[in-house]
Each structure stands twice: as C-alpha cells, then as structure tokens.
Design a binder for this molecule. Structure first.
Ligand code: ZN
Length: 466
C-alpha cells in the first residue's frame, strides 16, 4: 500500500474537498446560547453526510445527554483489522458567533476565496479539521480500498462553549473510542506553511468581581471629594495584580512555574520569528512585539498571564456627572502545566481581598478553574507525526505550545490513556474567534497530505520518496 499513491489522489481531489468545505461552512452552526441550535443539528447532518461520502462505513449522530440539541457525530472504519493500530480523529463542527457584521469584509456565512485563503466563520476553526479527516480517509479509500489503520472519528458540536458534556461522553463511550493514539485537529501552526505539533496548553482561572462603595449613585458635584470613587478603586485594585511591565505580581504565583529546559529554549530560539510581521498580524497599534522568540514563546506558552476581559461602571452613552455605587470586572489568568488551578484561584482571590479598600464590599464569583496540559513527546507516535508533517508540508515540523485552553484534552488522554497529537491549520492571520476568519488553502492541502502520511507510517508502510 504505497503512501504516495494516496497523496497524489488527495492532491487530485483537493478542489472537490474545498467545494465540500464551502458547503459545510455556509451553515451558521454557532453553539452559543441565543443562537438557533437547529443550525448545529444541520451541520452535524452535513458532517455525517461528508464522512459517508468519504467512505466511512459507520456514521451516526449522538445526542448526549439525550435532550442535548448540539449533537456529536461518530464515525468508524475498522476494516484494517485487529492487528492494525487504531487512531481516534477529533474535530468540532460548531463555530464561534460572527461578532460585528460591519467588520467582516465578506459575509461570515458566504464563503469567499481571496488569493490563497477561504474566508468564512468556521473555515479554520474547526471545519478545516473535518475536511482533513474526511479527505485523508477518502484518498486511502479511493486508492487502496480502505485506510491502512483503523479510524474512529469524533466530531463535537459544543467545543466553542467549553465542551460541557465531553468528560461524561468520554466516560460513557470509552470502549467504543478505545485507540492507540488520538489526533486533535483543532490547533494551528506557528506560521503559515510551518508545520507545528502542540505539546502544551494553558489552563484558565477566571472570576468576576464586584466592588461596592455606596448604596446608590451620587451627584459628583455635591459629593465628589467626600465619598469614595468606586471606579478609581476598581482600577487601582486591578492594576495591583501586575507590575509595570504587565507581568503578574501576585506573591507566590510563580512558585509552581518551572523554567523551560535549556533545550526547549534553544528549540524556540530556532523558530522563524519576525516581530514586526507578528505585530502587524495581531493588529498591535504600536507595532511593538517581543523580538526574542524564546522570550516571546516563554511568555505565551509557559508563563501565566492576566487578562481583564470586561470592566463596567456606569453606562457608556448615558453618563451623567455621578459617582457610581459599584464597579464590576471579569478577569482571567491563563495558567501553565505546573500550576495547580485551585491554588492559583486562592492566591488571586486572597490578593484581591487583601488589597480591597477598607469600607468597600468586594464580592468574587468563580467562573472557571481548568488545568493546563502538557505532554512528553517520547512516545513513538510523535516521531511518526513529525515525519508525516515533513512529508505533508515539505519542511521540518516544530514543537510549540498553545497559550489557549482546550479543557477536554486532558480528560481525553486520561480516559483513553493514549498520546494526543495536537495539530491543525490555524495560522497567525486566520482570525479564529474574530471577524474575517479564514483558512490558508495551501496549508489545508498540506495538512490533508500529512494525515494521509501519518496513517501510512503508523501502519508501518515505507516512507514515500517525496
Ligand atoms: Zn476550535
């Protein structure tokens, strides 16, 4: 079963697969509350149809729990037989909300090709992952009658709202999902065209706080100078969480943070890094970005960071000359693999309570306390993955961290007790979770080629000459 025949077949069928992806991204399958879940049902059905077209013999929708309107799609092709390894392929078919319509340069659910990129909500995150799992299997089926390994595919319908049922789903379906390795195609590459394997994810400790100083708002002319200003107090309280450089300054918070090993720092220093281009891609107005790649990657992959997500005090557009009664904020700390989420939560809340102004009431509500994730890469499947990425992209793969959180990855590795390959086609300009999301079609083609090669290498087939 030569691998290169399947690679050629995937290249020949790439146009059809892009057309198929275009059909799927037209479905506005946002899983957020307030959006019609019927679209998520439709996208599950269309995903199932694509998996059947790709040749998966068993495909079904699963509502879990039974009244959940955001279905999973499960597909299996175990024709390679019990002697062959089994791979579990993951992606999700739900998408983020479109956000501000007026900021989109093309309509979010009207897929539009501009140059090498396809623009639409979900084009990269994560319907591209579905495209990879369908196109890779289809190429093997078209050329060899079946894939060289057993495949189980799990496409989730509620990843963007935090996979609330995933842990229970995994526990309930553990036997059916048993595998030797899992491929989670929901990540990305350090840069366009540079294949990357993600080996760590940050966790998230998130809270809402409300600071109250008065029973009700007061006239600032009559009372200003005599009573406390809660907005100023909240700003000072939040500012005290970080130092002048914006690094977290909560005592004890870095005690559990391990410095990256010298070889890791050396590997990061070798990742191509253009600070000005990255600042441009991120839309940073100052144009400034850390110029040393090892320092930059340490900050976003292996150190905790604070973000204030929202602050409210008074109402924009209805602001009188008042001193407000209370002020509110939601904030989160992205935590790294060695940190214990409850400990970080305690340190954060204790720090805020200790520094809250005397005489004001501070209330804190916990919103999230999820762990980070990291993996060793000594399992043989990582060597196969790196070789497969080199075959697919034509260049050596790098190991990267991811500053974001995917809470179910830890559950998945634990329940199934297997290594996880975190890959994907999101790149710095892809705009996942923002307006103008897009996927680079060249990288999509390369990701499909990589997955085809991975199946072949895991089955022990010879490496193609390319
Ligand atoms: Zn995603």
């Amino acid at each position: 079963m030569p691998i290169d025949v399947a690679l050629d077949a995937a290249d020949a069928a790439f146009g059809q697969n892009v057309d198929r992806l275009i059909r799927l991204v037209r479905i506005p399958s946002c899983s957020f509350p307030g959006f019609d879940p019927a679209h998520v049902q439709t996208s599950a059905e269309d995903t199932a149809a694509w998996l059947r077209e790709a040749g998966y013999p068993e495909v079904r929708l699963i509502r879990f729990p039974a009244d959940n309107p955001l279905p999973y799609v499960l597909a299996r092709d175990h024709r390679a037989g019990p002697a062959a390894p089994t791979v579990l392929l993951y992606a999700h078919h739900d998408v983020q909300p479109p956000l501000r319509q007026e900021v989109w340069k093309t309509p979010p659910y009207e897929p539009t090709r501009i140059g090498d990129r396809l623009y639409a909500r979900g084009a990269a995150d994560d319907k591209a992952g579905i495209a990879v799992h369908c196109a890779a299997a289809a190429a093997w089926n078209a050329t060899h009658g079946r894939p060289p390994v057993n495949l189980t595919v799990l496409i989730e319908g509620e990843e963007e709202i935090g996979s609330p049922h995933m842990a229970a789903f995994l526990a309930a379906h553990a036997a059916e999902l048993a595998c030797d390795a899992t491929v989670i195609a929901d990540l990305g590459n350090v840069d366009t065209g540079l294949p990357s394997l993600t080996t760590s994810l940050r966790g998230l400790v998130k809270i809402e706080i409300e600071l109250r100083a008065l029973r009700s708002p007061l006239h600032s002319g009559m009372w200003g100078g005599a009573v406390p200003d809660v907005a100023q107090a909240l700003c000072k309280l939040l500012a005290g969480l970080t130092d002048a450089d914006g690094r977290l300054a909560i005592p004890g918070l870095f005690d559990q943070v391990r410095r990256p090993e010298p070889e890791t720092l050396r590997a990061w220093a070798g990742i191509p890094h253009d600070a000005a281009r990255l600042a441009e891609q991120a839309g940073v107005l100052s144009g400034r970005m850390e110029t040393d790649p090892a320092t930059l990657f340490r900050h976003v992959w292996r150190e905790p960071s604070l973000s204030i997500n929202a602050i409210q005090c008074g109402l924009r557009g209805q602001t009188g000359n008042v001193l407000m009664d209370c002020a509110w904020a939601t904030l989160g700390i992205r935590i790294v693999p060695d940190q214990d989420p409850p400990t970080v939560m305690r340190l954060l809340c204790d720090h805020l309570r200790r520094h809250a102004p005397a005489g004001m009431e501070l209330s804190i509500t916990e919103r999230s306390c999820s762990p980070a994730w990291g993996c060793a890469t000594d399992h043989p499947v990582f060597a196969h993955a790196k070789q497969a990425l080199r075959i697919g992209y034509g260049t050596d793969a790098v190991e990267m961290g991811c500053g974001a959180s995917i809470p179910f990855v830890g559950d998945l590795c634990e329940v199934l007790n297997v290594p996880a390959l975190l890959i994907g086609v999101e790149d710095p300009p892809c705009g996942a979770h923002a307006e103008n999301e897009s996927v680079h079609l060249g990288d999509l083609r390369k990701a499909i080629r990589s997955e085809i090669a991975l199946f072949g290498l895991m089955a022990g087939l010879p490496t193609p000459a390319c």
